[in-house]
Ligand binder design. Sequence first.
Ligand code: FCB
Length: 463
Amino acid sequence: MTPAHAAANTCTPFDVELARRFPADFTWGVATSAYQIEGASSADGKGPSIWDTFCRVPGAIGDGSTGDVACDHYHRLDADLSLIASLGVNAYRFSVSWPRVQPQAYGRWNEAGLAFYERMVDGLLARGIQPWLTLNHWDLPQALQDMGGWASRDTVHRFVDYARGIGQRLGDRLAGLTTHNEPWVVATLGHELGIVAPGDKSRATAAQVSHHLLLSHGLALQALRADRCRPRLGIVLNMAPMVPATDSAADAAKARLEDGRLQRWYLDALFRGRYPEDVLADLGADAPRIEPGDAAAIAQPMDYLGINYYTRNLVSAERHVEPAARGLPVTDMGWEIHPQGLTDLLLRLHRDYPVPPMLVTENGAAFRDTRQGGVVQDDDRIDYLRGHIAAAAEAMRRGAPLAGYMVWSLMDNFEWAFGYAKRFGIVHVNYATLERTPKASARWYTAMLDAWRRRPVRASTGQ
Ligand code: FCB
């Protein structure tokens, strides 16, 4: 019995119907990022990243842990690639650790680091899986942070150099190349609220950082295209519908501003070549310094837009009330489970912006999994994934150009400021032995993908 057949009985008639709503060329994946799974934090010439530093700040990480070992993916690459292939996905989204390939600030390349990612890409292709590579999933080289990090305009040019080097080395074999993962998190959580690396607390710095991230995205796309880099080029944004908690005017105004900060700031810059007036006005003297030509440089055409969706936000002008306290269903992160928000978000993007094909590049949930007799029966995660895949199908039916969906995450991993306390994987990781065990949700996903592969051919659309 193949893994797919063994799993087939986990799929309901609803799931089979759901799978059949997706076209033949749909991208189905699982996603990870370098710092969260690789470990090997100083192996083979890797330099420190800002996360290596941040994890050592007392109190920064909830459980006091670091990514030094994480899932030890660096030393288990081949087995992990076979694990990914066993799931039946056709795509894998991963990130390159910038300090693994450029340990210092001055662009010297670390051949051992490049060779690791080359083995990754070739190993994926050999297994029939599209490689989707992210350049910046938050782990900036510490050497660049020491020179000002993303607050410094010089880092923009370092990033372009890094992007070109990766493009030249791997571009001929990648399906997709993403500049940044969630620039809002780097800017706002990293530089204004101080809860992720590098842990700054300045609104003005955060605004400048967001501008530099966007500018580096645009300039990198220009450079990669000039180099005739082949993969589809894009960016990944974290998005959440901002919904006023009541029908008061104050809640509506607050929700509009929050929408501006999280969504329109990035979307308007990328698709309209300007920042939204209301957010600029709110920033006042904290608004970023923008040089002539920056806006046009940012607004480069993209081949795809990646969306990370987990929840919606209920916005209150007065006191924030957690979703659980409102009696809403939540994950172990306390995030409301609201699949409809994904439909709303994809339709809104399609309506308000000239978006290229979109991919849900992250969607998934942390739950308090229990492992009994070697089995993790995570029915809550299956329900979450089923609901969100159905919500994606609904957005597609109503016209949103959706090209792919990727589960966060392949396996349990280092969840940033929460350390190892939150488990998002569809594969369980025993952190004492590093043993991987696919959860019921992994078997469910495999079965759903099997049903998708076997869907009847529709003559009218040629699928
Ligand atoms: C996203 C991050 C990803 C992971 C999930 C839960 O914001 O991109 O690395 O931590 O949240």
